[in-house]
Design a protein around this ligand. Sequence first.
Ligand SMILES: [Zn+2]
Length: 410
Amino acid sequence: MKKMIRKAFKFRLNTTSEQSQKMIEFAGANRFVWNKALAMNLFRLEQKQPLLWYNELAFWLKLWKSSEDYGFLKTVHSQPLQQTLKNLEKAFKDGFDKKQSLKRVPRFKKKRASDSFRYPQGFKLEQESNKVFFPKIGWVKYRNSRQVIGDVKNMTISRKGKHWYVSIQTEYEAEIQHHKSTSMVGIDMGITRFATLSDGSYIEPLNSFRKLSKKLAFEQRKLSKKVRFSANWKKQKQIITRLHERIANARLDFLHKTSTEISKNHAMIVVEDLKVRNMSKSSKGNIEQPGKNVKAKSGLNKSILDQGWGMFVSFLEYKQAWSGGDVMRVNPQYTSQICPSCHHVSRDNRKSQSAFACTECGFKANADLVGALNVLERGHRLLACGVETLVSSVKQEPVGSSNTSLLLTA
Ligand SMILES: [Zn+2]
């Protein structure tokens, strides 16, 4: 059996100033077309007239191009403009619910916040020489960090801060695989140990990360003492930006290595549902029963950790989808308080951050391992009867796009 896989590859573009100027103009023209067509449709909605769909909108686009007022649209390649109208059509269609009533209306695009446009065709990609071609812009160098695989379906140019990026969407057929392993594992995610597996192994948190976080906090304190927008302030801001990048890269590398390793060895991976976990744990103001040193951690540190777990799970998900395995999310509540041996539930079972000792049967183990065992047990129960409350289902499709976007948002 074969299935179609879609994947997105995102790279930073090394544009010349001329090219970025054109991109700014093109993005502006696309934003103009979007807002103009949206305004027309909103007006029609108000007047209880039927919406204009792509064909009619494309007709209007032609009129605008030949008009004196909007003649600047002629300098822009027509494909991205048409694509923008298609995107608008889709945004309207997605806004309808099952009963065909409009629940969500597309929004106007603001300058800079949404500077992007898509080429559905006309582009070229030369990976060996690290360049892409866009009609009316020309060849642009890009930071080639990995091989693009599959047939290129479209390319989207977008801006984040000062830089322009290209997102290359591809499609290819892949054999549906069966995972080489047949084993199933539960994972407990924590602070003193990044992840503990129900087979007894565990992953230490990234040490360099802790050092860098401390340095970041230090540099940020320094920034707060400087005069805003002064030369020194800008210099300090640069230092912080670079630190953020280093942290993001170190974390990404760590998450990729660890998730690859686990995905390789286990066909079924059971993890805690982080959404549920954050809800239930935040009310207590901490994660399970953190040690005293954990309490002292800054909110920033915690949020970076949280983000790390979320990324870790999403990496596991797409790697499993890739290799024919699966990821299951289970309700994490009380996983640290249930005895894996006699199922007695008590807060007192958890003697400390790291020690679990059952008050009923005397079962003793590392507390994180107990968590992982309980997570695994819930996975087994879910597989056996298919019922568990608060469980979100596993996505079937590999999410290549989220994978690559993570690279940049990290
Ligand atoms: Zn017990």
